[in-house]
Structure formats: structure tokens, C-alpha cells
Design a protein. Structure first.
Length: 268
């Protein structure tokens, strides 16, 4: 018989940085009463430039420590790079439901009219066999053009800290897709990093009219709702954000965290 879940058991949302806040926003819209811990591995940021072995070991290790300490009812890996590399490993070692984040190729394939889809992600994400399998299953007969845009991760982090971002960053991301063979026909772009929706207005302007953008946040939120249906929620304390490294950049995130009702916590 399954033990009853403590109503105060949190949902743990994990990302390398602030990108997972886009998933938190989508989840809160559906589950406003669910207690939340938001965990950012800012000491390991960026993930996209690391090797698969480094990412898998780091994510599994951190989530192991956090689940032991905080006893979450569910863990959401709100990071495409971490999910495409470490999701299987984490599910094997943790005895808690795990929701991952994968590039939204399936909905993009349903939306495109030209048959040409762009995908923006990190270097690590776009080279994964997982993405190849999603393309083969859901975008067969269509063209999926991929471009690594690590500058957008740093831009999203800077934007939430209230810092100025060079507009050329967004132009380079758009050109990285548009300049590929067939790139002029792109009408749908997959944002395959949870950081990127934080920059949606700038990306819309960079790509120009007639392009739709797709990310996985709403689908992830619906999956979390499904896996927690029937469970009771109660907050024993305020939701909080957890970081793996302290530093001055954390203080500058204060307004973004406060706007999401996240109290800052001590570092892990």
C-alpha cells in the first residue's frame, strides 16, 4: 500500500540557472497551492559547454542530495540539457517521480506550414541522440535545422538581473538558423532551453513576422498536474529558491524571485 504523501512535501524544480522559472510560472498557473523549492545549480552554469559525463554525474549527485534533504513529492528537471542527458540515470537512482524537459519538436511539427522548423538550444542539447529520435518520430518528412545559441543563456540570466543585453545576441541566434540551407522558410522555432522563453520579445523581433515559437513549459506543467492529481497541498513555510553557489549575482535576482513569491534560501 502506498504511503500517504505529506501535504507539505514540495515539488522540486531544478535547473542550471533561472531558465526553470519559466516552468515554475506555467506550473503555478495550474497548481497555485503546491509548495515549491526552486533549485538553481549556478555553480555549474552553463551546462551546455560541459561533457555528457560531467552533466550526468553533477545532476544525479545534486538531486540525490536534495531529495534526501527536502523529501519532495516530485522532481522536475526544468533543463533540456540535463534532461536529454541525465533523465534516465536520475530515474533509476531516485525513488520519486521525475518529470523531464525535452525539446518541443512534436507540437512544432504539428504547427509548421512550410515544413521547416528551427531549433535553438545549447551545444550539448542539439547534439543528443534524444533529439534525433524526437525528430525521426515526430518530424519525419520535415526539415529540422539546429543551432547552438549559448549566448542566449547568458542573456536570459542577465535580463533577470536587470542588466542590459546586446541586441546583436538575438540577431546572431536568428542568423544561425536563417543562414542554413532552407533557413529562409523557417516558420516555427523550438526554444529547446528553458532560459530562452524569458527572451521571447527579443527573439520575435529578431526573426521577424510569421514565425511561431514553441517551448515545453505548458506541457511540463500539465504532466506535473497529472502525476500529483488527488494529492493534498499545504504550505508549512514560504516557497524558496536554493542555489549551489553564493555570490553578488544572487542578490540581483531578488526582484525576479520576489515576483514569483520565492524567498531566497541558503546555498546547498
Amino acid at each position: 500500500m502506498t504511503a500517504a504523501i505529506n501535504p507539505e512535501a514540495p515539488i522540486l524544480i531544478f535547473d542550471s540557472g533561472v531558465g526553470g522559472l519559466t516552468v515554475l510560472d506555467a506550473m503555478r498557473a495550474l497548481l497555485p497551492d503546491a509548495p515549491v523549492i526552486y533549485a538553481a545549480d549556478n555553480a555549474g552554469l552553463p551546462y551546455g559547454t560541459k561533457t555528457e559525463a560531467q552533466i550526468a554525474a553533477r545532476v544525479a549527485g545534486l538531486l540525490g542530495r536534495m531529495t534526501e534533504r527536502f523529501r519532495p513529492r516530485l522532481v522536475c528537471i526544468a533543463c533540456n540539457t540535463a534532461s536529454t542527458i541525465a533523465l534516465g540515470m536520475v530515474r533509476e537512482v531516485l525513488e520519486v517521480p521525475i518529470v523531464g524537459t525535452v525539446p518541443a519538436i512534436k507540437p512544432a511539427a504539428a504547427l509548421t506550414r512550410t515544413g521547416v522548423i528551427g531549433l535553438l538550444g545549447t551545444e550539448a542539447t542539439i547534439r543528443q541522440g534524444y533529439v534525433d529520435r524526437l525528430e525521426a518520430e515526430f518530424a519525419h518528412g520535415k526539415a529540422l535545422l539546429r543551432h547552438a545559441a549559448p549566448e542566449l543563456v547568458a542573456a536570459a540570466e542577465a535580463r533577470l538581473r536587470g542588466e542590459a543585453v546586446d541586441p546583436a545576441v538575438f540577431a546572431r541566434a536568428a542568423q544561425g538558423l536563417r543562414n542554413q540551407p532552407g533557413g529562409a522558410q523557417i516558420d516555427t522555432v523550438v526554444l529547446a532551453c528553458t532560459h530562452f522563453p524569458l527572451l521571447l520579445p527579443e527573439l520575435i523581433a529578431a526573426f521577424g513576422p510569421g514565425v511561431r515559437f514553441v517551448d515545453g513549459a505548458d506541457g511540463i506543467a500539465r504532466r506535473i498536474v497529472f502525476l500529483t492529481q488527488g494529492q493534498a497541498f499545504a504550505r508549512g513555510h514560504e516557497d524558496f529558491a536554493l542555489f549551489t553557489r553564493d555570490g553578488s549575482e544572487i542578490a540581483t535576482l531578488g526582484p525576479a524571485l520576489t515576483a514569483r513569491r520565492l524567498m531566497r534560501s541558503a546555498t546547498l
